[in-house]
Design a protein around this ligand. Structure first.
Ligand code: ZN
Length: 241
């Protein structure tokens, strides 16, 4: 069976639609979303509505929780804060209620899904190093954990307390190892590649692949400009950083 795992759409409708089309071509049966539907981009309501109709599992992200007053935004950078304050005003009552109902961690079969980290999921720690990953592997009781949050695709593999980090685009899963997979970001990639990112899990070939798709970036940027979102947030999409 094929699963699509996506994260960090950040109200980027064009990137979401491109990834949706690509996942349909991949023949996925289920899609899991790891959080941050909103924040940064110009289409928060549309993105929440498409995702909530489409995905099987919808996890809370820090920007989703910030937009409904469930997480502190004093630690957000000024651009992120400005975008959240704008997003708060746009969200329909129905979408606000939906975001408020989201879970932080979900386990299904071999997989655990969380936005940032298993260590205090509501405090949004980043897993960027082998040391941080090892701490999370100790908290992980399924073979695989899928995460987002950093917007950079990355795969950690753990065997007998040794963690190996890779940016390889495809990994064949070994039964003796556990994995933490950062699926990258649909709507605001930060790994110097502006194309939308997502992960494809194939349980038959036992593989995970990080895929990239181009989208109508110019239209996304025009819409952001029209509603006066910070120019830094608009320009970074061009470079993917
Ligand atoms: Zn994010």
């Amino acid at each position: 069976m094929k699963y699509g795992i996506i994260s960090d759409v950040h109200a980027n409708l064009e990137a979401l639609l491109a990834v949706k089309e690509s996942l349909e071509k991949d023949g996925v049966e289920e899609v899991i979303f790891l959080g941050d539907a909103v924040g940064y981009g110009a289409n928060p309501n549309e993105v929440v509505e498409i995702l909530s109709d489409w995905v099987k599992i919808f996890i809370a992200g820090n920007h989703d929780m910030a937009a409904v007053g469930f997480t502190d935004i004093t630690y957000f950078n000024p651009y992120a804060r400005q975008a959240i304050l704008w997003t708060e005003k746009q969200l329909s009552f129905r979408n606000q209620a939906f975001l408020k109902s989201l879970p932080y961690v979900i386990k299904r079969g071999n997989n655990t899904f969380v936005h940032a980290s298993l260590e205090e999921p509501k405090r949004w720690h980043y897993i960027l190093s082998a040391d941080k990953a090892l701490w999370n592997f100790r908290l992980l009781d399924t073979p695989i954990c899928f995460i987002g949050h950093s917007h950079c695709p990355l795969i950690f593999a753990c065997h007998k307390n040794q963690v190996v980090v890779t940016t390889d685009k495809k990994v064949l899963l070994e039964d003796s190892k556990k994995y933490i997979v950062n699926v990258g970001s649909v709507g605001q990639p930060r790994d110097e590649n502006p194309m939308a990112a997502y992960a494809l899990l194939d349980t038959e070939s036992k593989s995970i692949e990080i895929k990239r798709v181009p989208y109508n970036l110019i239209l996304t940027q025009q819409k952001m400009r029209r509603v006066n979102l910070p120019s830094y947030l608009i320009e970074r999409l061009t470079w993917g950083h």
